[in-house]
Design a protein. Structure first.
Lengths: 366, 366
């Protein structure tokens, strides 16, 4: 990020943009032409996805099993669409039967869901969602903010029509950009809209001419791209490619499983059942009687470790432990387990056995 | 920007946010509580200003004397407002009589104008615009993308209700943030809206609880702020404060005037009459018969100097020479004049006299 600035239409920067797009196609596992970073953070990606794909008055089915599904409903309402909520239990995956039912009873052409619910730690399988929308050639819109670069997304294989993420999660880039990709079908829906996209800043019909090419060749000025942020994303994506998506996924899984072994050895419980656990974001139930905020602030102040508190209905119910991107390492797992053990003991919680020993035993078996 | 990342609710980062806000109040010359950087580039500031202050169906008077006034109309239309254009000549200031007439014949409560038209090089006086809106207690919304940190803005003295800028112009920070400020009257209009703000990402009613405080104290999570960009803005604003707004304005004026002396000595003409010239963005008429693109690409390739081409009706008619922030220096003026002289001669243009000598003579008189 400390590299000298370039103009946003400078030939060298345009080359860097091409690189960023090619690398994003690699991590999304897609050949989608319209793949680029939105000039904003993850929530800007969510807004860009919805405001482009949906028209005012259009019904849209949104699966809500956590905080970010809820946010999608809120955004969809604001842009004038009519969200039909598939209300599911927090901490579990989408209720597929319910989603299918809502889909069948709606006129919506778009189904939205969150691949990695940062608020609950749940990983959502994509295939059953694709099956639902295929019943009438629908569009699948997926939030992958906390999975891109860790869990396989396979955008093309799952035929996801719109998928967005954030730069600052498993890609380990500073926050400030939201990678997004649109299928050709999604592009066709957008370019044949009856109404203009309600947001000028996020309008992909214009952004296509900056991140792609104008009909006359060359790039059209839209807004000034955050140059330095794009340098950072360029480097972060190069590091993902260097490690390789498969090796990266295995690393995330390994350290997640070591953490789970340690957490359970301490006598704590994971919130999510094993088959739906995210590797990047681990939700641990807070034992009864433990002061949530005090434990977190002791971890921060005594060990420089920040873990997340619960959001929404999970407030004061779970801790959210991130192990993503460059942060998914054995050292982080061991240090967190050691620190947590010390803090819990100091708070009077009875520890079952050493979390560190359990994690080390897990690693030794690998 | 290479400082370690912090969480977006980390106490240290919250302190940095407070600093950024205090420094922004200094450069905007305002005491407005709601003053913060929007998480996007300058155009995101424009969208945030309009989407918060205007409701669907609301008439809004927009002065158009260049590319960015036009963009405001486009954005206002998309968010459902009804823009009334005050069409003025490109390269001149707003036609005040015409603006007053449109204002009087409209039901609009908001008047929008561009303080520094980046497309034409025109500086717009704010006092006559305030006079117009005062006829019925209206709101003044000002684009200061290319003036903040160079020309005095005096937001409070001119009673500007909403003012936004970009980080990458006269503040000399990388692009990626859009400083914005709202008067208490503007905040009152926003908090008593009949309809929710159509953009979730830019909704200041929620951003207030992140950049300000919740009713219970503390900060509420909205979206993840671009941490690193905020570090950069923090440092850029510190440098503005260290130099001082008055000294900074004088520096911008001095180098602008030196450039004008040099450009006119070469036999070229400035596009804008002296009293409305921006110091940050200098529009020079392209002499008849000169190949616009070739001159600009020679400056870039032979001297590493990028100057802007004309936008809209000024395409191929003017060059746009930026002298802003850290770039407003005698060295840049002299180098540009020397390079331009060489390139113009090579292109067969007859030069009147040395631009460099004229600029040096100007500096010697100071």
């Amino acid at each position: 990020m400390s590299a000298p600035l370039l103009g946003h239409l400078d030939p060298l920067f345009v080359r860097a943009m091409d690189d960023v797009q090619a690398l994003l196609r690699y991590v999304f596992e897609t050949n989608n032409r319209l793949t680029f970073p939105v000039s904003g953070t993850g929530s800007a990606g969510m807004e860009a996805a919805l405001v482009n794909l949906l028209e005012p008055g259009e019904e849209v089915v949104i699966c809500v099993n956590g905080y970010f599904g809820e946010r999608m409903c809120e955004m969809a309402t604001r842009i004038g669409a009519r969200p039909l909520r598939v209300a599911c239990e927090w901490g579990g995956p989408v209720d597929i039967d319910k989603a299918r039912q809502v889909w069948r009873h709606s006129k919506g052409r778009v189904l939205c869901a969150v691949h990695a619910e940062t608020s609950t730690g749940v990983l959502q399988p994509l295939a059953p969602l694709r099956d639902i929308v295929d019943e009438r050639d629908g569009f699948l819109l997926i939030d992958a903010v906390t999975s891109l670069g860790a869990h396989a997304l396979s955008v093309d294989r799952h035929r996801v029509d719109v998928c967005y993420a954030g730069s600052q999660k498993a890609l380990s880039c500073p926050p400030g950009l939201a990678p997004i990709t649109f299928s050709e079908r999604a592009v066709a829906k957008i370019t044949t809209r009856q109404t203009p996209v309600r947001s000028w800043y996020f309008d992909t019909t214009m952004l296509m001419e900056y991140w792609g090419e104008t009909s006359g060749g060359g790039r059209a000025y839209h807004h000034t791209a955050p140059i330095t942020m794009n340098y950072a994303l360029h480097e972060a994506l190069r590091m993902v490619a260097e490690e390789g998506l498969v090796a990266r996924a295995q690393r995330h899984e390994r350290h997640h499983r070591a953490l789970v072994a340690g957490v359970e050895a301490l006598g704590l419980q994971m919130q999510v059942v094993p088959e739906y656990r995210l590797w990047t974001l681990n939700t641990v139930r807070i034992p009864a009687g433990v002061d949530d905020a005090r434990v977190r602030s002791r971890l921060l102040n005594e060990f420089d470790i920040e873990i997340g508190g619960g959001l929404g209905v999970f407030r004061s119910k779970v801790w959210r432990i991130g192990l993503m991107g460059a942060g998914s390492t054995a050292n982080n797992v061991l240090l967190l387990l050691a620190a947590l053990e010390k803090v819990l003991k100091a708070e009077g919680v009875k520890i079952k056995e050493s979390g560190v020993s359990a994690a080390l035993a897990f690693y030794a078996e690998q």
